[in-house]
Design a protein around this ligand. Structure first.
Ligand code: HEC
Length: 141
């Protein structure tokens, strides 16, 4: 009987763990928003709507941070790679600032150059870290 109860308790906590593992991080929500903002900018560039670019770029530059507890898990997972991870974030941040300034000046070519720079920072981080990150936090997919 005792064994049975223990087995039941164990499988319940395993289920809880599995549910926790599948739960998307707040970080993923931040990423989804970044994706939407970049699409909005691309659409605005096609319309030469620099006001929309100028309004959207700061949302990319100053995206929200995940909650402290989640951030700690990410820092722990990144370990020695945290510097590299952070530098991609900084690159995206600085390029988004450039994009905002260029939009204020209605300089289309500079907006496009900065857009490419932002997107390259996104890609750099994704190519280096997305796969191991997803495997670590959500299990193999
Ligand atoms: C510092 C590293 C880093 C930078 C910079 C970064 N990303 Fe990500 N991104 C990630 C990681 C890690 C994931 C996987 C997160 C997850 O699935 O929880 C991800 C996932 C995503 C996703 C998929 C979300 C989903 O629905 O599963 C999108 C969209 C995205 N990023 C957009 C962007 C855009 C746009 C930028 C640039 C403006 C950007 N990211 C910059 C690390 C980064």
């Amino acid at each position: 009987m005792k064994k049975l109860i223990m087995a039941a308790a164990l499988s319940t906590s395993l289920l809880a763990l599995a549910a926790q593992a599948a739960e998307p991080l707040a970080f993923q929500g931040v990423m989804k928003d970044l994706g939407r903002h970049m699409q909005a900018v691309a659409g605005a560039i096609a319309l030469e709507d620099w006001a929309v670019v100028a309004k959207t770029a700061p949302l990319i530059a100053a995206h929200p941070q995940p909650p402290a507890e989640e951030k700690a898990r990410i820092i722990q997972f990144m370990g020695a790679n945290m510097g590299k991870f952070k530098s991609f974030d900084m690159q995206a941040h600085e390029a988004a600032h450039k994009m905002e300034h260029a939009a204020h000046e209605q300089n289309g070519l500079q907006v496009i150059d900065a857009y490419r720079e932002v997107q390259s920072a996104c890609l750099g981080c994704h190519q280096s870290f997305r796969k191991p990150f997803v495997e670590h936090f959500y299990g193999k997919q």
